[in-house]
Design a protein around this ligand. Structure first.
Ligand code: NAD
Length: 496
């Protein structure tokens, strides 16, 4: 077992089964968003370090691919147990580097573990199909084979869960893997890779390279990397998709979001308020499935506006490691000022501020990046703000006369990650499910996050590619289909 130094330190890379300090000339501070303290430093590793990781993964591939799928999933069973045993410790690390509350971090890690569990079904999920006698005495089959070296590039907002949309499926299907975490939150994966190191995976099967754009470009350009999984903002997702494509790699790139919820007057208003409150302000609004715009219809305008304002105002904001805290800070001072300036833009464009979370100071945590829940009413549907991803604890309210108008508003949005409806009408729910232009749909659900055995969908500018992360889509993404047609002469079988 090799263990990375657990104290305030330079975050190492994990290449070919060994921890190694990066030779990077440039390092960036990892900061606790609640306290402002520097807790580590991430190296901005270079192309040579990426090359070493890819070379290790490429060297491990021939033997790993020949390892029976049943044997390939055994380290994942061990990993599941190790993650269960360390879930509190891992969740504390997430809170310290990302800012979300300990409860949110734990819920996040459950989704990571769920993906490990699902990938353990790979011997079933990876099967192809066949047909005897496609012509007399001729049989045909489709088999799935791994690609080789594959890589994932992930964002800051789910440091524990998002790498697991990819890693377990990639290796269970026989690929070898390189991960680049977000440079802002490298510590969760550092600890996770220490656990991976204890699972008995052969060296080189999983590798970790910390860094930023240079690492991403080196992965995108490396001839031995066959597939790229990306999650992050839309401009970078588009860039990664284009460059991976130009280099002949397959790619799945999840981008940003601006999620809408429609609230009908027949909704259970108490339930809708509680759930939408959690969706909009949980994780300080830094979830790609956070509700960002609530479109109210008819009387819901007044009832929902009043109830959500009261609920949001009562949320306890603070350091997510403290008991009773319901919402933490945003990731960085830059993010705090971006969110606050977007609130000002909304006000300038005609929105009324019902709840203003700007300039928040939390006692004992004056250096934290806190923005309290903010609600903007009457945001003009055609304003720039209505289409801009804020990625902070800000909910915009818009009123529509009917479902046609509300759906037209969703249609105009450049994003399509999630759309939700709150209603007690089955007919309205069916229409919404049928027509809403988004990949993840919630009916009386605030965060419609697909379980690991469903694809994490996403449409429009929220996703570039065909096959999504998680479940069966992952198996398809990480394998190539091979079709074999066979004929054996009768005389040959008579010989034996
Ligand atoms: P980001 O795009 O800034 O960074 C994502 C990754 O790309 C990081 O690893 C980063 O190092 C790298 N990167 C950043 N800029 C780059 C560049 N110019 N060239 C190459 N690589 C670059 O995203 P973020 O701020 O870490 O995460 C927040 C964003 O991610 C939000 O837009 C959110 O909606 C989105 N997100 C989407 C999903 C989804 O499922 N669709 C899930 C989570 C987060």
């Amino acid at each position: 077992m090799t263990v990375a130094a657990p104290t305030l330190t330079k975050v190492p890379n994990y290449i070919n089964g060994r921890w190694a300090e990066s030779r990077a000339g440039e390092w960036i501070d990892v900061t606790n968003p609640a306290t402002g303290e520097t807790i580590a430093q991430t190296p901005l590793s270079d192309a040579a370090e990426v090359d070493a990781a890819v070379a290790a993964a490429a060297a491990a591939f021939p033997e790993w691919r020949r390892t029976p799928p049943e044997d390939r999933i055994q380290p994942l069973f061990r990993l599941k147990q190790l993650l269960e045993d360390h879930v509190d410790e891992l969740s504390r690390i997430i809170t310290q580097e990302n800012g979300k509350t300990f409860t949110e971090a734990k819920a996040e890690f459950r989704r990571a573990i769920e993906n490990v569990e699902v990938a353990c079904g790979t011997p079933m999920m990876m099967q192809g199909y066949n047909l005897e006698d496609v012509a007399r005495g001729i049989d045909e089959m489709m088999i799935r084979q791994p690609l080789g070296v594959v890589a994932a590039i992930v964002p800051f907002n789910f440091p524990g869960m998002i790498p697991f949309w990819f890693l377990p499926y990639a290796i269970a299907t026989g690929n070898t893997f390189v991960l680049k975490p977000s440079e802002r939150v490298p510590l969760t994966m550092r600890r996770t890779f220490e656990l991976l190191d204890q699972t008995g995976l052969p060296k080189g099967v999983v590798n970790l390279v910390n860094g930023g754009k240079a690492v991403v470009n080196a992965l995108l350009d490396h001839p031995k990397v066959r597939a790229i999984s990306f999650v992050g903002s839309t401009p970078v997702a588009k860039y990664v998709y284009a460059r991976a494509g130009a280099n002949g790699k397959r790619a799945q790139c999840q981008g940003g979001a601006k999620n809408h919820v429609i609230v009908l007057p027949d909704a259970d208003m108490q339930m809708a308020t509680q759930i939408i409150n959690d969706s909009a302000f949980g994780c300080a609004g830094q979830r790609c499935l956070a509700v960002s715009v609530a479109v109210t219809i008819g009387e819901a305008q007044k009832t929902f506006r009043d109830s959500i304002t009261e609920a949001a105002a009562s949320l306890k904001v603070g350091n997510g490691l403290e008991q009773g805290v319901q919402m933490g800070p945003v990731i960085s001072p830059q993010s705090k000022s971006r969110v606050e300036s977007l609130i000002a833009v909304g006000e300038k464009q005609g929105a009324k501020i019902l709840l203003d979370g700007r300039n928040s100071k939390i006692p004992k945590y004056e250096s934290g990046n806190f923005v309290k829940p903010t609600i903007l009413d009457d945001v003009p549907a055609t304003s720039e703000l209505a289409d801009t991803e804020i990625f902070g604890p800000v909910l915009s309210l818009i009123h529509a006369n009917d479902m046609d108008e509300a759906l037209a508003f969703l249609e105009r949005s450049p994003y399509g990650n999630q759309a939700s409806l709150f209603t007690s009408s089955g007919a309205a729910a069916r229409r919404f499910r049928y027509e809403a232009p988004a990949g993840n749909i919630g009916i009386n659900i605030g965060v419609a996050a697909p379980m690991a055995y469903f694809p994490f969908s996403g449409w429009k500018d929220s996703f570039f590619g065909i096959l999504h992360g998680q479940g069966r889509d992952s198996i398809e993404f990480y394998t190539e289909e091979k079709v074999v047609i066979e004929r054996w002469a009768k005389e040959h079988s008579r010989k034996f």
